[in-house]
Design a protein around this ligand. Structure first.
Ligand SMILES: NC(=O)c1ccc[n+]([C@@H]2O[C@H](COP(=O)([O-])OP(=O)(O)OC[C@H]3O[C@@H](n4cnc5c(N)ncnc54)[C@H](OP(=O)(O)O)[C@@H]3O)[C@@H](O)[C@H]2O)c1
Length: 314
């Protein structure tokens, strides 16, 4: 089969399309139709990326396609594209317990436009709502809002009736077109780090950034509010105090997309096709590329030059 392969030799990783044996062994054979490009995929193809656990590796942390019986499935996370061959190939061997039936109402291409990023956004929204946050409570903040996770979170939250404030250094008009009521700067979201608490602003928040921005969000949550934290583009440190937690009863909710138990994952995808569906799904697809065009996109995403989602037509 044709596959895009990353193979380590000495301190270098060679990557490109080549013939590769269809992975055998346990698991279902998926005829891959679509995959997508994530930052983590690019890290899996560079020597210092610390993502690839095997070599050679077929990267691609998410995929959608059909089984031999014609049923449509998708898969992402767990070990895909990390220590188990992923979506950048005509076929993939995927353990049954990693497979999600493609939900009614979503095409395989749309599912990959959502991909790991959109799935993570949905998990953040679910976490907030399970913590009791609702549209009537007041403004919710999304940080790193122009990224894959952030923009989908804006889209989903706005469609559910939330007043969404986007914190971004990116394109404000794009975020307004997704439904953001207001766009503020990263600095505004990060606030004044010298203060233990700041003005109560947010009824909830989705944070893709971490670091000083998440610390600022925590200091600005309203009484009893919650922030779903899923990312670290602004750093892994969290310089906070206990005061927002013990004086305002706020909650910090961790969100992981990789190891979600499969039943929760299947239910989240059902909802992504239904009440959590991002209405601007098609607009989010910035590019469609083939396996042969992957190399350039992987380089660009590492340089921060890719906006919106890139789907891969396998
Ligand atoms: N928990 C999980 O399972 C999971 C799953 C998927 C992704 N993630 C993580 O979630 C984060 C977002 O992922 P993504 O796919 O949305 O990435 P992305 O498309 O690269 O977007 C990240 C956004 O973060 C903002 N940003 C970048 N550098 C920044 C900096 N130095 N300081 C402050 N903001 C910065 C930018 O937003 P603006 O230009 O709008 O400011 C950027 O668009 C990443 O850290 C990723 O690793 C976690």
């Amino acid at each position: 089969m044709r596959a895009f392969v990353a193979e380590k030799s000495d301190d270098e990783v060679a990557r490109g399309v080549r013939d590769f044996e269809t992975p055998d062994g346990d698991g279902e054979l998926v005829h891959v139709a679509w995959s997508s490009v994530n930052y983590k995929d690019a890290l899996a193809t560079i020597a210092k990326g610390q993502v690839a656990r095997i070599s050679p590796l077929i990267p691609g942390i998410d995929l959608a396609g059909t089984l031999d019986d014609g049923s449509e499935v998708l898969a992402h996370g767990y070990e895909l594209g990390v220590s188990h061959h992923g979506g950048y190939a005509e076929r993939a061997r995927v353990p049954e317990e990693w497979l999600v039936p493609l939900p009614d109402g979503l095409s395989a291409r749309q599912a990959m436009a959502i991909g790991t990023a959109g799935y993570t956004a949905a998990r953040c929204v679910i976490a907030l709502e399970e913590a009791g946050v609702g549209p009537q409570d007041g403004p919710v903040l999304v940080t790193g809002a122009s990224g894959g996770v952030g923009s989908t979170a804006v889209d989903i939250l706005a469609a559910r009736g939330y007043e969404v404030v986007a914190a971004s250094a990116g394109d404000a008009s794009y975020l307004r077109s997704l439904g953001a009521a207001e766009v503020i700067s990263r600095e505004d979201a990060a606030g004044d780090a010298s203060r233990p608490l700041e003005k109560s602003r947010w009824a909830g928040a989705v944070d893709c950034v971490g670091g000083d921005v998440l610390a600022g969000v925590i200091r600005s949550l309203r009484y009893g509010a919650a922030v779903a934290a899923c990312g670290n583009t602004g750093g892994v440190k969290l310089p906070t105090t206990v005061l927002p937690f013990i004086l305002r009863g706020v909650s910090l909710l961790g969100v992981d997309s990789v190891q979600t138990p499969i039943e929760d994952r299947r239910e989240t995808w059902r909802r992504l096709a239904d009440d959590l569906r991002p209405p601007h799904l098609e607009d989010a697809i910035a590019r469609e590329v083939s396996l042969d065009e992957l190399d350039g996109v992987l380089t660009a995403i590492l340089k921060g030059e890719v906006q919106g989602r890139t789907v891969v037509k396998v």
